[in-house]
Design a protein. Sequence first.
Length: 235
Amino acid sequence: MALNLVAKIHPVVLFGIVDSFERRNEGAARVIGTLLGVYDKGVVEITNCFGVPHTESEDEVAVDLDFAKNMYDLHKKVNVSEVIVGWYATGHDITEQSVLIHEYYTREATQPIHLTVDTTLQNGRMGIKAFISTSMGVPGKTNGTMFTPLPVEVVSYEPEIIAVNVCQKGKQSPKQIVDLAQDFDVVCNATNSLTKLLDAVTTYVDDVLAGRIQPDNMIGRSLLEIGRASCRERV
């Protein structure tokens, strides 16, 4: 399962991680926490998280394991389907302390994921990476740990999409206050967006048929699948 595993992360998890980083203790370089979610046919869907207090230095790390256990027990009372799937840390590097923390989560999950979220915005963006660990070394000798990257996707439930869109509008407001749109306005905006997308598709097809641009096989297969899906729904 590990070789073909894909990590799918919901926006609420990213918001929780960033909020935990913004509320970190003075002097703390990064924050860590537990990831919750579900496994399903080679996919781990990360749907929730909570921060875990910890302290670390160059040669040691201390994690409040009692806090982590109590928080997980409370979450289980609310959502019994969510299990521990790994842990997160802010930053863009995997440190020696990360290996020690990961050892704890290997006792809590079969194949825990280590998620890193770059809240320092290196290269102008918030990098998101996921890893799984693999033991390596010579039999009978000291073994090491190698972190292998996993594909990462950001997926959303419909309510999350609405919330993210509202948050994006807040960036353009001086007071960062946004009024929720009425149902009719939501329908109008969705219709306008759909119309623009259809216009873009029509223009692309016309340009290909007229020989103005080269066809893209991937786009063609996607359009064909959309057409087939539409026919199936009509039937």
